[in-house]
Write a protein of this length. Structure first.
Length: 183
């Protein structure tokens, strides 16, 4: 229901860091390894009855407490890729390069994917032969996991506790903001 009739999706990468300044004035910056995605979704204009059902689904997420898994409508992100792609062996949490097998073609730089073992969304930085570089680094280890590149999913919760809906005379359009749930 939440995935139907999506007009646009905006992904924003949020990568918190800690910065300190020493007595000498030297600045130190440390990644907190808590990268997550903000997702802004706009649905197409729809008849009020359809908008009402979508609105009810969003309200049922109970503000920022409820969660939903969204399959991003980014069809065609990797048009030159086919096959069942898997990680070749084990890659530990914190790594940002993996060896892959079982594919034909190439990943598109900037395209997104996730692993069969978890819902974290990753973005392709570079693909050279059997080596795939991505961001952010792995949140948890993968062991021969398959890569979901055709319809990657992301686990989300709403970023606001309130949810408004302005009904137009005939058609209404809804927009909402979400954040990735980190596991």
């Amino acid at each position: 229901m939440i995935e139907s009739k999506i007009s646009s999706v905006q992904l924003t990468s949020v990568d918190p860091s800690s910065q300190t300044v020493s007595r000498s004035g030297r600045r130190y910056s440390r990644s907190l390894m808590r990268q997550y995605w903000r997702v802004s979704v706009t649905w197409v204009k729809m008849k009020n009855r359809e908008a009402q059902a979508l609105y009810a689904k969003l309200v049922s997420m109970q503000g920022m407490h409820g969660e939903s898994v969204l399959s991003l409508p980014l069809v065609g992100e990797h048009p030159a890729l086919s096959g069942t792609i898997a990680v070749d062996g084990v890659a530990m949490a914190g790594e940002s390069k993996i060896t892959i097998n079982g594919f034909e073609g190439a990943f598109s730089v900037g395209g997104v994917f996730n692993f069969s073992g978890h819902n974290k969304l990753y973005m392709v930085v570079e693909h050279q032969g059997g080596l795939l570089t991505f961001a952010p680094p792995l949140r948890k280890a993968v062991n021969n996991d398959t890569i979901n590149y055709a319809a990657p999913t992301i686990k989300l919760h709403r970023t606001k506790e309130d949810m408004g809906w302005k009904q137009d005379r005939v058609n209404s359009q809804l927009t909402d903001e979400f954040e990735e749930v980190l596991e």
